[in-house]
Design a protein around this ligand. Structure first.
Ligand code: FAD
Ligand code: NAI
Length: 472
């Protein structure tokens, strides 16, 4: 029975993958639930301007690239592709429309009330949503994140010259020359989209290598592959300014450690240097809730904040800013509120870059594994298996990439798995399951894998930890 003192048992703020999943699970568990969302559509960053539209552009541009870069011709299929930008964007918008409406349907089906408008706390149990005041016994903050601004650079998505990820999804025509600032996930995914469609893309990265946080071998190998595909890299470089004249942007940059300034004039600049939590404008001051130095809301393992009755999940709390992490936290927070045990294993959150080949990993990098073993390199074993030696990848003309398994030397327990392969994002599910079950490399090596599949490369890499691979 709902607590009569409040309108709802649970009010979730934000309808992204964290919030909408939390709301649906709470309702499934019999709690009277509402979800506040300031956007016109449900689904948050992920469905509206993130995971889904970026994958729609990646998938379509992959076909175009295959038709223009010789891959199809190589297989005996000769085509002359012609780009229809309206249709390309149309299929992206269709995907977004279908999926966001799908969440609307799920809300109705599960009896979650959608409160339209911006939510602000009045007190810990009272939230103003637009003109309405809603009270709830438990409030879950799932407000997500926004683009990190870069000092001195003004983004204006409407002009299509200096854009953020949202603007880069919507460019009406292919820029001749494009710069992506930041060699992270967004820079590489959206840089790849426009490179495939014909832009000359340069990636400017502050650090000495792209994809920080990933295994060092994987970072280096990925960059080699992107370079081969035509993306230029300026590593260890910081952008110091940007001026826009008409349809052109001129960037000034210098080595990150200091040095001579350089300029570059291009048609489009994508600013993709990370995302920051949406914790401003929520009225946190009204409930005495402070954020940490990164603007995130600190929570315990039950997602409780420092304020009684207020919990938080997803991009606005510490941890990787990923949709599946937010979703799992959404389920878990609802289960805790309902008096059950909600579990998220934050040590096993897979991470995928959806380029071609895809880049994926789960668990520890080799560097983290050595650190965990007190700096003793001999305490771990690693093995790499190249995709070139995998029969399916070779047959499909996808020779780039490798699978790397990192295991504890003494126990053989797997600590991390990394892959660069056309379907690495799918392959990493098996790796996550292995880590979740505490598998040894021998367990993976003795598991029968269907032939011919890319997944056999994981089996072979695991056999390599034992020193007994067959196909290399
Ligand atoms: P969000 O999805 O950000 O949702 C929060 C919602 O809260 C928003 O809709 C916002 O409007 C609403 N809101 C905020 N404040 C208020 C308020 N005060 N009142 C009412 N509503 C409010 N992750 C992946 O795992 N895989 C991918 O392939 C992937 N691709 C991405 C591509 C791009 C271009 C971007 C930008 C991100 C991508 N991400 C991807 C990251 C992913 O989108 C986020 O990790 C995920 O959306 C976080 O979910 P969330 O529920 O925490 O927040
Ligand atoms: P990111 O954190 O992945 O990468 C940002 C990059 O910019 C880093 O390499 C960083 O060193 C660099 N950088 C920072 N400041 C810089 C500067 N001043 N000049 C040059 N380089 C600079 O952030 P990104 O790509 O913006 O993505 C944000 C988040 O969105 C990701 O961290 C991820 O959580 C999520 N995302 C996930 C995707 C996926 O799962 N496939 C796809 C897209 C986004």
């Amino acid at each position: 029975m709902p607590d009569q003192q409040y309108d709802y048992d649970v009010l979730v703020i934000g309808a992204g993958p964290g919030g909408y999943v939390a709301a649906i699970r709470a309702a499934q568990l019999g709690l009277k639930t509402a979800c506040a969302e300031s956007r016109e559509t449900l689904g948050g960053t992920c469905l509206n301007v993130g995971c889904i539209p970026s994958k729609a552009m990646l998938h379509a541009s992959e076909y175009f690239d295959a038709a223009t870069n010789g891959t199809m011709e190589h297989m005996g299929i000769e085509v002359t592709p012609k780009l229809n930008m309206d249709k390309l964007h149309g299929q992206r918008l269709d995907a977004v429309d279908g999926l966001t409406k799908g969440i609307e349907f799920l809300f109705k089906k599960n009896k979650v009330d959608w409160k339209k408008g911006h939510a602000t706390f009045q007190d810990a149990h009272t939230v103003k949503v637009g003109d309405e005041t809603v009270t709830a016994k438990e409030v879950v903050i799932a407000t997500g994140s926004s683009v990190t601004p870069l000092g001195g650079i003004e983004v204006d998505n409407s002009k299509h010259v200096v854009v953020d990820s949202t603007g880069a999804l919507e460019l009406p025509k292919v820029p001749k020359e494009m710069v992506v600032i930041g060699g992270g996930v967004i820079g590489l995914e959206l840089g790849s989209v426009w490179r495939r469609l014909g832009a000359k893309v340069t990636c400017i990265e502050f650090l000495d290598e792209i994809l920080p946080g990933m295994d060092a071998d994987i970072r280096k190998e990925s960059r080699k592959i992107f370079k081969k595909q035509g993306i230029e890299f300026k590593l260890g470089t910081k952008v110091t300014g940007c001026t826009v004249k008409g349809k052109k942007a001129t960037l000034t940059m210098e080595p990150s450690k200091g040095g001579d300034e350089e300029t570059m004039t291009v048609d489009c600049v994508l600013v993709s240097i990370g995302r920051i939590p949406n914790t401003n404008g929520l009225g946190l001051e009204n409930i005495g809730l402070e954020t940490n130095e990164r603007g995130q809301i600190e929570v315990d393992h039950e997602f409780r904040t420092a304020v009684d009755g207020v919990r938080a999940i997803g991009d606005c709390v510490p941890g990787p800013m990923l949709a599946h992490k937010a979703e799992d936290e959404g389920i878990a927070v609802a289960e805790w509120i309902a008096g059950e045990t909600g579990i998220v294993n934050h040590n096993v959150i897979p991470n995928v870059v959806y380029t071609l080949p895809e880049i994926a990993g789960v668990g520890l990098t080799e560097e983290q594994a050595i650190e965990k073993m007190g700096g003793d390199k001999k305490a771990i074993k690693t093995s790499k298996f190249p995709m070139m030696a995998n029969s399916r990848a070779k047959t499909n003309h996808e020779p780039d990439g490798l699978v790397k398994v990192i295991a504890e030397a003494e126990s053989d327990r797997v600590l991390g798995i990394w892959a660069i392969a056309s379907v690495a994002g799918t392959m990493i599910a098996e790796a996550a399951l292995a880590l979740e079950f505490g598998a040894t490399s021998e367990d993976i090596a003795y598991t029968c894998h269907a032939h011919p599949t890319h997944a056999e490369a994981l089996k072979e890499a695991a056999m390599g930890v034992q020193g007994k691979p067959i196909h290399i």
